[in-house]
Design a binder for this molecule. Structure first.
Ligand code: SAM
Length: 403
């Protein structure tokens, strides 16, 4: 099974992918029509970020807004909470620390996927004696909301009355913890190219019966300035250098900054500090697609049936968080975060005589922590407001100075 962080060279072609069934292809054609209409209304092109937005979130049609399986073996990719309950059990210890320090603090999960993380977190927090009064979920997909409810009903039915689905961020005054696992990488991004001292933007067209991409002078507000900020940080980008940039994360953090009065945000995702993200050798960006556990670089294949994602520039997220009134309280790899939260102690409690469950636990620990698996590509960034104590997740190693 593949996670969503694996990189593929842009030259890889998409032939060899499993072919979707007739119903899935019909669904993809409906979404394609929807996007084509918007392209026609936009004088023959739309920004790449808008294409990605529609491909992932067009109501009733986009990848996350319609009923495909997505997560786990029968889906397209696997995430850390789906890989092993160890992820939630460790994270629960970090939640325990913060909730113990913020009386009446609540937990808010953004983009809760199948609901597995919520269920496992609540179960572990109950064991630790630190259940929050409320577990809030902000999930854009109606289909996934339903799946989350089913997961929570099946796994922690006695705790369901603590779970509330929100339509928007909570009202100002929120205190507690905000968790977003693999949420930032699912935000639509702008694709840009440096060409003869000009910043160009990718636009999506419809030609000869399929979507295509053209480059033209950047039109999107803020793109020129954002690329200039990247170049300020890493040095001039070479002519022809292509990458992507997330212009939405800043406004999302500003909105959170207006709602969170005291607490900690844990943003967990695959990505790099800016210097590594916009490294001269990474000259074609990080955009990637996932279909049935195969990674490939063509975002125009089977609209609505495949995931499209980009790595996270954690320097940009940290900067935007600080501009929104948060302070960086830690940045580390997933492996070090889980170890800091007590992974070793949880594993030490496992009974090797119970061979099957011990082996499953050990295999899960390896997938979550090995550098060749999810351990190093995934990072954890903590942003906090009115919280100045050290966090256990960053005790094993804090890499904030690399941001
Ligand atoms: C890649 S999935 C990760 C799911 C889950 N956190 C996990 O780790 O398994 C991204 C999730 O974010 C949700 N999402 C995307 N944009 C969102 C938004 N603006 N507000 C709330 N949820 C969103 C998606 O529907 C999906 O549940």
């Amino acid at each position: 099974m593949s996670d969503r962080s694996a990189g593929v060279p842009p030259a890889v072609v998409t032939s060899g992918l499993p072919v979707p069934g007739a119903d899935a292809l019909a669904h993809s054609r409906r979404l394609t029509e929807r996007i084509r209409h918007e392209i026609a209304r936009g004088n023959g092109r739309i920004g790449f970020d808008r294409f990605m937005d529609l491909a992932l979130y067009a109501p009733g049609l986009g990848y996350y807004a319609a009923g495909t399986r997505k997560f786990g073996e029968a889906g397209d990719f696997i995430t850390a909470p789906e890989t092993s309950p160890l992820f939630a059990r460790c994270l629960a210890r970090q939640c325990h620390e913060v909730l113990a320090g913020i009386p009446s603090g609540r937990l808010l999960e953004i983009g809760a996927g199948s609901g597995v993380l919520g269920a496992d977190l609540l179960a572990e927090l109950e064991t630790l004696g630190q259940l929050p009064e409320q577990y809030l979920i902000l999930e854009v997909s109606p289909d996934l909301r339903q799946r989350q409810r089913q997961t929570l009903e099946a796994r922690v039915p006695h705790l369901l009355d603590r779970v509330h689905w929100l339509d928007d961020l909570p009202d100002p005054g929120f205190t507690g913890l905000v968790i977003a696992n693999e949420f930032l990488d699912a935000m639509p991004v702008h694709r840009f190219r440096c060409a003869a001292e000009q910043v160009q933007e990718a636009f999506v067209t419809w030609r000869d019966g399929r979507f295509g991409q053209v480059w033209d002078a950047a039109l999107s507000g803020g793109l020129d300035a954002a690329v200039a900020a990247v170049a300020d940080g890493v040095g001039p980008l070479a002519d022809g250098y292509e990458s992507e940039i997330n212009l939405r994360a800043g406004s999302w953090l500003r909105a959170l900054g207006e709602r969170v009065a005291a607490g900690v945000l844990l943003l967990i995702d695959y990505g790099y500090p800016r210097r590594e993200y916009y490294h001269p050798q990474r000259s074609r960006g990080t955009l990637m697609c996932h279909y049935r556990h195969r990674a490939h670089p063509d975002p125009f294949q089977w609209a609505g049936l495949q995931d499209i994602t980009a790595h996270v520039d954690f320097t940009a997220v940290a900067d935007a968080g600080e501009a929104a009134g948060f302070a960086v309280r830690g940045y580390t790899t997933q492996a070090h975060f889980l170890i800091g939260c007590g992974l070793d102690r949880i594993l030490a409690e496992s009974n090797p005589q119970d061979v099957a469950s011990h082996m499953t636990l050990m295999q899960g620990a390896k997938r979550l922590t090995l550098p060749s698996e999810m351990g190093e590509r995934f990072k954890v960034l903590a942003l906090a407001r009115a919280w100045d104590r050290p966090l256990i997740g960053f005790a094993a190693r804090d890499l904030s100075d690399r941001l």
